[in-house]
Ligand binder design. Structure first.
Ligand code: SF4
Ligand code: SF4
Length: 155
């Protein structure tokens, strides 16, 4: 279940890895090509994903993710945020004069509902910048130690 960002006070990642097991990670075409050599990615009907091996992401080692930096899929970097071009007004978020619709997936156990904190707003800006390709480094979203994300498509 997801809610508009205006209903969320804060979030932090404890690298529990739950989302990595739960969801199927969608890849952008260039991410698929970059990881194809691993044998752990697949194409299904023109869309690209990380394969599930025994129900898990093959890049997860314990609570850690083997894909760091540039290699980490955008979907993993953005989780639990979902950024869309359409949505309801409670999900509206303006960035550089452009309107986005931001939702938060409540599957993550570390989401606190309430009035949005300033740190949450900063995370959303960072998520939009990553979504747009304006930045590649992750500062406040996702866990620094590990990662996250998903047998259901997350975007
Ligand atoms: S984002 Fe994923 S890994 Fe991080 S706390 Fe939430 S469910 Fe756990
Ligand atoms: S963040 Fe999780 S789902 Fe994404 S590649 Fe790393 S282990 Fe896999």
């Amino acid at each position: 279940m997801e809610v508009p960002w205006r209903k969320v006070h804060s979030w932090h990642c404890t690298a529990c890895g739950l989302c990595c097991n739960e969801y199927l990670v969608p890849l952008r075409a260039y991410e698929y090509l970059r990881l194809k050599w691993t044998g752990f990615v697949e194409e299904r009907f023109g869309k690209f994903y990380i394969k599930k091996i025994n129900g898990k992401c093959p890049f997860q080692a314990g609570r850690f993710c083997m894909l760091q930096g540039e290699l980490k899929p955008i979907a993993c970097k953005l989780y639990p945020f979902k950024i869309r071009k359409k949505g309801n007004e409670k999900a509206e978020f303006e960035y550089k004069g452009e309107r986005f619709y931001v939702y938060v997936d409540l599957f993550c156990p570390n989401i606190v509902l309430g009035r949005p904190s300033e740190s949450l707003k900063r995370m959303i800006v960072e998520a939009i910048q990553i979504h747009l390709g304006e930045r590649r480094d992750v500062e406040s979203i996702t866990c620094r130690k590990v990662f996250s994300v998903k047998n259901k498509a997350i975007m």
